[in-house]
Ligand binder design. Structure first.
Ligand code: MRU
Length: 339
């Protein structure tokens, strides 16, 4: 496999490395993933995360495995293991399906499998650029935009989805300011989006998730951009927990609310949001926090919790979908993703 490099995933001399996102922003630890088992655990633990990034991470891991163990049954078994790492982001399943299809079509030619995994990496970079240039045109000079979770270079191998749009608008001298939802429970906004915005020099203000509605009520938010983990055929979409509340608030306050996603996030076989599988996570993530700053449990040790990693936002709350092919409405999605 050739060398590949991105903000938090790289291949060097045939070895796969992941920037441990659980340790950001205070520690930058690159860890090696030697096997699909290790990668599956890395994905489950959110050391690598973000819908496009977990798809790319999984197929690089699978292709490296295939190079060492070129046996179809073994490759398919590892593919299933990787596929089961997390259930909601369809990019993971879509990327694995693509690599397996190439395997099947080429009598499991490992050169071809590797090439497809590399293509998926390089394609993601291009998709991000396309979404950024389309979406950034929606932003007017000096606007305050709000975003949720982390959708930047840490969630893709390119410049990101929603955060890519925002950074492009900044690059285009729009003079923007970003409100960043901290994104409980795992703080992808507070730890990761802030880290990216700092390094890009983009002005931002970090807020707790429950402050977004108040900011909208006083007219401080001009536009909201979020990513997606799975978009159903009718436009309903799953994204990080908290997205739905933002969308409801945005509708009430008439703040334009955009979803930014590449075609790899579309699930044409999923008719609507009710059919999207939602990952439930460990209670301890809600009882406290842990990271490079240490570990705190602030609730009673065995407090009952509810911890869905994602929620579903109905298409009726979305102002537009910024895709790699243009800006679309929900009713146009199936067609847009087909071509
Ligand atoms: O649980 P995570 O951190 O993987 O969730 C990530 C998100 O919800 C992002 O908003 C989504 O993957 C789109 S980003 C490119």
């Amino acid at each position: 496999m050739k060398d590949l490099e991105s903000m938090s995933l790289k291949v060097e001399n045939g070895k796969l490395f992941v920037l441990d996102q659980q340790m950001l922003p205070h520690q930058e630890d690159w860890i090696e993933s030697k096997t699909p088992e290790e990668m599956s655990k890395i994905i489950l633990d959110l050391k690598t995360r973000g819908a496009p990034l977990i798809g790319v991470s999984a197929v690089l891991s699978l292709a490296l495995y295939a190079e060492k163990e070129p046996h179809p049954e073994k490759i398919m078994a590892k593919a299933e293991l990787l596929r089961s790492s997390r259930p909601t982001a369809v990019n993971l399943m879509n990327a694995i399906d693509r690599v397996l299809e190439v395997g099947q079509k080429t009598q499991w030619d490992t050169l071809e499998i590797t090439k497809e995994a590399e293509n998926i990496f390089e394609e993601d970079v291009e998709l991000c650029e396309k979404m950024a240039s389309i979406g950034s045109q929606l932003i007017k000079p000096n606007e305050n935009v709000l975003t949720h979770c982390n959708t930047g270079g840490l969630a893709t191998v390119g410049r990101g989805t929603a955060l890519g749009v925002i950074s492009k608008a900044y690059e285009n001298q729009k003079g923007i300011h970003v409100y960043v939802d901290e994104t409980r429970p795992l703080l992808q906004g507070g730890r990761l989006t802030t880290w990216e915005l700092e390094s890009l020099g983009i002005p931002y203000t970090l807020i707790c998730d429950n402050m977004a509605g108040q900011l909208m009520s006083v007219g401080k938010i001009d536009r909201i951009f979020v990513g997606a983990d799975r978009i159903a055929a009718n436009g309903d979409f799953a994204n990080k927990i908290g997205t739905y509340s933002l969308a409801v608030n945005a509708k009430f306050h008439k703040v334009p609310f955009y979803v930014v996603a590449p075609f790899t996030t579309f699930d044409k076989n999923c008719p609507n949001g009710k059919e999207i599988p939602i990952e439930q996570r460990e209670p301890d993530e809600v009882r406290g926090v842990k990271g490079s700053f240490g570990k705190v449990v602030w609730s009673p040790k065995n407090a009952e919790t509810y911890n869905p990693a994602f929620d579903v936002t109905p298409e009726s709350l979305v102002s537009g979908y910024v895709l790699d092919k243009g800006l679309f409405k929900a009713s146009e999605l199936s067609k847009a993703f087909e071509n």
